[in-house]
Design a protein around this ligand. Structure first.
Ligand code: SF4
Length: 129
């Protein structure tokens, strides 16, 4: 593992600690976020096609079905569907869970709910190769 991946992991864990989540333990956190083997699913309702924009534009912002705490987590980490950083996107984040076949939105090991491949949040972490 490179120094930069250690730095990213350390930064991620520091952010979790700052949010008071470090005490949850990694496995609890991951299981609660779908990292425990359960892949988040995306329904047509979660991935809303924007036909006016050409069909390739969709949103992953439907938080119905999430608890208030899960919605708060998305807000706390400032999740957005469109990254402000061209080189930092959910689909190149270590914590991203790709969409299931036929779905547009993926998932995340930290945030519960649909996640846009071109999205971003403050917990972005470089992929470890
Ligand atoms: Fe999850 Fe944030 Fe990484 Fe996107 S950038 S996959 S929301 S941790």
């Amino acid at each position: 593992m490179s120094d930069s991946s250690h730095a990213s992991r350390r930064a991620f864990l520091q952010r979790l600690s700052a949010l008071g989540l470090a005490g949850l333990g990694g496995s609890t956190l991951l299981a609660g976020c779908g990292g425990g083997g359960e892949q988040p699913t995306t329904t047509d309702d979660q991935a809303t096609a924007d036909t006016e924009a050409g069909g390739d534009d969709f949103t992953c912002t439907d938080t119905s079905g999430l608890t208030e705490a899960e919605v708060q987590m998305r807000e706390t980490l400032a999740y957005v569907d469109e990254t402000p950083f061209p080189d930092k996107r959910c689909d190149n984040c270590q914590l991203y869970l790709p969409p299931e076949a036929g779905a547009q939105c993926g998932g995340c090991q930290v945030l519960k709910g649909p996640v846009h491949p071109q999205g971003y949040c403050n917990s972005w972490a470089a992929q470890v190769s």
